[in-house]
Ligand binder design. Structure first.
Ligand code: FES
Length: 104
């Protein structure tokens, strides 16, 4: 069964920006690319540093520490720094709320 947990209002994440929200003990990075929302654990799979200090270049998220690149739409690694993908959370919008889907 899927649970939906509200973590933000969509207005809090303007297009082409990213924000961090807490869900229990997990920091979740939400990225808005042209009005679509993508959510990941705020932890780079290379050495574990926060992705929030990185940059967005269109659909590419670039870690601010050693420049690992990830496809925002899939979470997949795009370069040689790490082969590991981001931990992806599925998102849904209901009214103006951004919800994270969690299997229970
Ligand atoms: S911690 Fe992100 S690239 Fe090294």
């Amino acid at each position: 069964m899927v649970k939906y947990i509200k973590i933000a209002e969509t207005k809090d994440i303007p297009p082409n920006t990213m924000q961090v929200f807490k869900l229990k003990e997990i920091e979740i990075l939400v990225v808005n690319v042209e009005g679509k929302y993508y959510a990941f654990e705020n932890r780079c799979p290379h050495l574990g540093y926060p992705l929030y200090y990185g940059n967005l270049n269109g659909e590419v998220l670039i870690c601010g520490f050693h420049s690992a690149k990830f496809n925002v739409k899939t979470g997949e690694s795009l370069g040689a720094v790490t082969q590991e993908s981001l931990k992806v959370f599925r998102t849904t919008i209901r009214n103006s709320s951004l919800l994270i889907e969690q299997d229970s």
